[in-house]
Ligand binder design. Structure first.
Ligand SMILES: Cc1cc2nc3c(=O)[nH]c(=O)nc-3n(C[C@H](O)[C@H](O)[C@H](O)COP(=O)(O)OP(=O)(O)OC[C@H]3O[C@@H](n4cnc5c(N)ncnc54)[C@H](O)[C@@H]3O)c2cc1C
Length: 460
């Protein structure tokens, strides 16, 4: 297809929703996914729930989740910056999105199955992101979308603010296409080690990427080169605590470390550096990701005794274990005597709650930093450790778009035939912070919008 009506760069939620929306409006659509078929679908493969406004209970989500509450959640994550016309589009567009996705063959997890905790604000995908992707790819193929794997969009050229040419790399070859419209759905730049080094310095070497290795930010750079306005902090990233033994890319959700409140966290000096009981469940992962990024060598260890380890949530890798704190420290490559002293000071500072019925109210006294909640003594051998590093989920630089998902140019105009959808436009809605399930919703809502707008542009 030398001159498709709509060319789509990417192969995740945003790309597929854009492709389906444009095709169903009658446009010819070519979708180029950089990954091979077996690894198609970007970070969408790792995800599991979407955030949807709904004004009545459904089989997949109890209660209601109003526009006001959705808006308040966005503002809690990102402050006033989250109040925009695009956020409103997101909220309104999420209402009924489940019906549209079901029409494309996507299956949700019924609440009645009891397999996952009930969630009023998000819907879980039956079989996770991969199952959704399989359904969307199947629907796109049936609808007549032409799909090419291993095709990376690498550059583009505008002439008089209009799309002129798109350059593609595939199997060592360079191709040039002249589509009538392009939709950029290529996500962030979290897999680009050079980009990370540029913004985080030497610390970047200690980061692991939880998601796709294809997220190299190449199209984002090409958009900037062609005159697009970039927005968002290029040095900001959503980081969570992951097992340091995880793969460098694509470790996914299973690599998270979650049991910080059950133990203590020490850095390479064998000392504690933060209150492990301070965070709420919803902020814990992201807060520890940033703390690990600030640690020497970007590594720290969660230390548990045997009782705490038995009660900890399951993790991908077993912990490292030793009969004494000294031996554990030696195994971790940190000073064993210091680790033993840290544990002894901590155990001596543990106090019961004032109210005996408050099981989480155990805390420390006279310890710096304190442990304000869930501070049980850690004195039952053997002792266990999980090594932790910051795990990248996404970066916060993207391309500015208008209310029609058209890319804004640096001269203040919108390119009529250049669109964006998904995480590549995240900072238009959330310049910082995050709320669960939002990534897929941004992908699906703006994918649909961009697909419809692109088709309208080319078909009139
Ligand atoms: C471990 C993990 C768990 C997550 N869990 C959730 C969750 O439960 N709920 C949620 O809402 N969000 C979750 N997210 C975030 C979510 O995955 C993303 O927000 C979502 O996938 C974004 O969709 P997208 O289409 O914009 O990007 P992606 O799904 O990442 O797709 C980007 C696509 O672009 C392709 N690509 C990249 N560069 C090029 C190029 N130059 N040319 C052609 N193709 C290219 C990639 O191969 C990929 O197919 C999670 C992320 C991770 C890493």
């Amino acid at each position: 297809m030398e001159r498709p009506d709509v060319l789509i760069a990417g192969g995740g939620t945003a790309a597929l929703c854009a492709a389906l929306a444009a095709r169903r409006r009658g446009a010819s659509v070519l979708l180029l996914e950089a990954a091979p078929r077996a690894l198609r679908g970007g970070n969408t493969r790792h995800s599991r729930n979407l955030r949807l406004m709904h004004l009545a209970p459904t089989a997949y989500s109890p209660g209601v989740y109003s526009a006001e509450e959705f808006r308040a959640d966005l503002e809690r994550a990102s402050g006033e910056a989250a109040r925009s016309a695009l956020s409103e589009r997101l909220i309104v567009g999420s209402n009924g999105l489940d019906d549209w996705l079901r029409d494309q063959g996507v299956v949700f997890q019924p609440t009645a199955s009891g397999l996952l905790p009930e969630s009023r604000k998000t819907l879980f995908l039956l079989g996770g992101g991969k199952a959704m992707l399989n359904a969307l790819y199947r629907a796109a193929e049936h609808a007549g979308v032409v799909i090419r794997y291993g095709h990376r969009v690498s550059a583009l050229q505008l002439k008089a603010r209009r799309l002129h040419a798109v350059r593609i790399q595939a199997a060592g070859q360079r191709l040039t296409l002249h589509p009538r419209a392009l939709i950029a759905c290529t996500g962030g730049a979290q897999a680009n080690r050079r980009w990370l080094r540029q913004h985080w310095g030497a610390a970047a070497a200690g980061f692991l990427n939880r998601g796709t290795p294809e997220a190299d930010g190449r199209l984002l750079a090409a958009l900037r080169h062609a005159g697009a306005q970039l927005i968002g902090d290029p040095g900001a990233a959503y980081l969570v605590a992951v097992d340091a033994r995880s793969p460098r890319d694509d470790g996914g959700i299973a690599t998270r470390i979650r049991a910080m409140p059950a133990g203590i966290v020490v850095d390479a000096s064998g000392r504690r550096f933060h209150d492990e009981g301070a965070d709420s469940a919803s902020t814990r992962y992201a807060a520890w990701g940033q703390r690990l990024a600030a640690c020497p060598g970007q590594i720290a260890w969660l230390i548990l005794d045997d009782s705490a380890q038995r009660a900890a949530p399951p993790a991908l890798y077993p912990p490292l274990s030793a009969p004494t704190p000294e031996a554990l420290g030696t195994q971790l490559g940190i000073n064993g005597a210091q680790l033993a002293a840290t544990l002894a000071h901590y155990n001596a500072a543990v106090r019961p709650p004032a109210d005996a019925s408050d099981a989480q109210g155990w805390h420390t006294e006279g310890l710096e930093p304190p442990k304000s909640r869930q501070a049980r003594a850690l004195d039952t051998p053997p002792y266990h450790a999980w090594p932790m590093r910051p795990g990248l989920t996404f970066t916060y630089q993207g391309v500015a778009v208008d209310e029609h998902a058209r890319v804004r140019l640096r001269d203040g105009s919108s390119a009529p035939d250049l669109f964006a959808a998904g995480m590549i436009l995240l900072p238009n809605i959330l310049p910082r912070g995050y709320v669960s399930g939002l990534g897929l919703t941004i992908g699906a809502v703006f994918g649909r919008l961009a697909g419809e707008e692109a088709a309208r542009h080319v078909l009139g």
